[in-house]
Design a protein. Sequence first.
Length: 482
Amino acid sequence: MDDQNLTAAVLDALNAYHDLEALEAVQLASLQITRHLRRGLAVSSLMAAHATGLAVRRLVDQALAQLDRDQPAAADLLRLRFRQGRLVRELTDERRIGISTFYERQHKALAALATIVAEMEAQAGTASASRRRALMALLPPPTYRELVGCEEHLTFLAQTLTSSLSRPGYPLAITGLGGLGKTSLAREALVHWLAEHQPAIERILWATVAQGDGPAGLPEGRRERYALDQVLSQLGEQLDEPVNALPGNEQRLRLLAGRLAWEPSVVVIDNVETPDEVSLALTIANVLAPVAQLLITSRHRIDQTNVQPVELRELGVEDALRLMHLEAQRLRIEPLDDSTGREFYRHIGGNPLALKLVVAQTGYLPASPVLEGLHKREPSMHRLFAHVYDTSWQLLSERAQQILLGLVLLPPAGATWTGLRVAAESGGDRCDDTALAGAVDELAALSLLQVSPALDPVYSLHRLTYRFLERKLKLLEEENEE
């Protein structure tokens, strides 16, 4: 906004000073400084609908207070004219000046006030950039360098997140089969949203539903309760709230809701895989959605009227070819020619994880035997992943296989090198950094281990990789029993 337009916007705000509804429509309402002031307001539920108007009024008051320190006569003129509603004729008579002189002084006062607002906006921009970086740091590290085929979803999610903050109670749910990139889409949507829309939120909380059966011996009926305990514990830890000290999950949820009511937040519940876990996520959403924006990723469709679904589907052929090319570049292997890539797509479809795994295998094997194996497997997604993982397993050295089995203990959010070592040595065998680094290179080259592109990388496994390892460990246990 240039100086002339900003001066006009300041005049509009002064004219609407006593009308909160009108203040919400002025141009100053869209400034970063206004959003910053809005977050700092403590308003009653009756006035919450006019929070933006109150923030604009506070902006005007603060700018006038600063003008009063530098140019008290100019600030006094604007207060009398607009805040007290004095008539121009009254003010010219009191000052014994003509109307033209009065309007000249008013224009100069407005320009000075606009300059102060511009300075406040610049300072808010610096603070906003810092806050955005702080919010980005709350997201899990990326496991991708570029998302392919998700542009429409990203735009929709960013727009929906922005509108949802003004009408809480409507969770978003990204649904789709395993391996389609639901977690990556959720993360990238928040990155895109933070960069483009400068949302007025204070926190991002990210809880991942742990897979598996929980502690040994846990009864069947207790598994859902155990998963809920874990999610609430994660949320409480991120809020520095001692939720585990409370006797039941109902009290824990009330504590979290009370805290979030005062801090505009986004809460992500990631990795919902079973119908019982859908029920778990909805239990949380029913309590927290009125005070925070909920974003759920789930393999199961969530059919609830107040949940806004985003269904993730397989990539089309052109996007799949692009992904395969990018993966070959990332792994520094020979890219597939277009004809071979289309043949892979014919056997695999557009599941991003499956495509990444088979492209990685072509760094060890010619494309023809990889395709032949895909042609022979049974035509189901479950069998596809079983075959692809088994093939990748056979390409690993024995040392890398043993270390991968230990990584089943990696936390869902991943771990740095120290945590990776602890998990790798869980079987009892110690390995030095050189041996571990060699195994990590093997696992990453076959896309079995996700390594975030950062100076201090985070190492993590895809949820389907956990499932493969659990199946592998169970088979090994059965073999040992025999």
